[in-house]
Design a protein around this ligand. Structure first.
Ligand SMILES: [Fe+2]
Ligand SMILES: [Fe+2]
Length: 323
């Protein structure tokens, strides 16, 4: 992800004074990294990368949820959705402000970066077209965000982010509860359950993808090595299934995964990774499992809403900026 280090005018070598050995010794002594003064160039680049993915994900969830909130069945439901959107913008703000502290030019990163260079999960490139899809996103996507951020909260070695996540975690809990309460309610009626099932059919596998490449193919070993997070991608994917599969089964929704009690792991029952048609929001499972290279090419090309959402987020800056 070269763009993140390019958005600063000063090189990471000039900003981060420590050697790798000094960082390792600091961490081995049980201390947290409190700022640039405790970073090596490698630590700084890795921390910028993970913070950018996190802030971009929070940021883009706002226009995605806002578009769907217009389908709210009543004004008070619209209000709940708006309060979730407000939280997400605050979460994005935390991430971008920390990136600013790490020498990144925030205006350029947030408002001048081309849409295709944003680093959020592909799932948010698909439109949420109904209230049902919005609450399913709260139950599935916000659960994914919660799993990832709780892991960072527990294991991160970067003090300012670790502390900020105490608040973020609590708010994400509210988002996924909002999703679950609605999913439960909808599933009491056959029509509601069918609508939830149709949403889960395309969203479940997209959220499995959210956790990224299997650990044996993963590029960012530094994230574990330097204690940016604690669990690998496959373990995080398991954590997410452990949270959502029993819940969805309980409300009568079929998912392509089951619990293997002997090994105490969740097993994915459909071809994975799989081919996806973004226009139809449907999986072509008849093609069988595809290679991760095909998935990576789809992610890189971005999906249908990418430009629209980023344009919405950047519009005010372009129309009101004095520069
Ligand atoms: Fe969030
Ligand atoms: Fe959220």
């Amino acid at each position: 992800m070269p763009n993140v280090s390019q958005v600063s005018h000063v090189s990471v070598e000039d900003l981060a004074p420590w050697s790798e050995e000094q960082v390792q010794a600091h961490l081995a002594a049980g201390k947290l990294v409190e700022g640039l003064q405790h970073m090596s160039p490698k630590y700084l680049e890795g921390m910028r990368r993970i913070l950018t993915v996190s802030a971009d994900t929070e940021f883009v969830s706002a226009p995605s949820y806002l578009r769907a909130a217009q389908h709210a069945p009543a004004l008070n439901n619209f209000g709940s959705a708006m309060s979730i959107i407000q939280d997400e913008l605050a979460h994005a703000h935390i991430g971008y402000r920390l990136l600013g502290d790490l020498g990144v030019d925030m205006d350029r990163l947030i408002y001048e970066r081309p849409a295709e260079e944003f680093k959020y999960p592909y799932a948010f490139d698909l439109p949420l077209d109904s209230w049902v899809e919005l609450v399913c996103a709260n139950a599935l996507y916000d659960q994914a965000g919660f799993v990832l951020l709780s892991d960072v909260h527990r294991h991160s070695t970067f003090g300012p982010w670790k502390r900020a996540l105490a608040k973020v975690d609590k708010e994400e809990t509210f988002h996924l509860r909002h999703g679950r309460t609605w999913v439960k309610k909808l599933c009491r009626e056959p029509d509601g359950r069918a609508a939830v099932q149709a949403a889960v059919d395309w969203m479940f596998i997209l959220t499995l993808e959210w956790f990224g490449l299997p650990d044996e193919r993963k590029h960012h070993g530094i994230q574990l090595e330097y204690g940016f997070k604690g669990l690998g991608n496959d373990e995080l994917r398991q954590e997410w299934m452990r949270a959502v599969v029993p819940f969805l089964e309980e409300v009568g929704i079929d998912v392509p995964a089951h619990h293997d009690p002997e090994a105490d792991v969740y097993v994915i029952d459909c071809p994975f990774p799989a081919r996806f048609d973004p226009e139809r929001k449907a999986w072509d499972l008849s093609a069988g499992a595809v290679g991760w290279d095909e998935v990576l090419a789809r992610w890189k090309a971005r999906g249908p809403m990418n430009r629209d959402y980023v344009e919405r987020l950047q519009r005010g800056y372009r129309t009101t900026s004095l520069r």
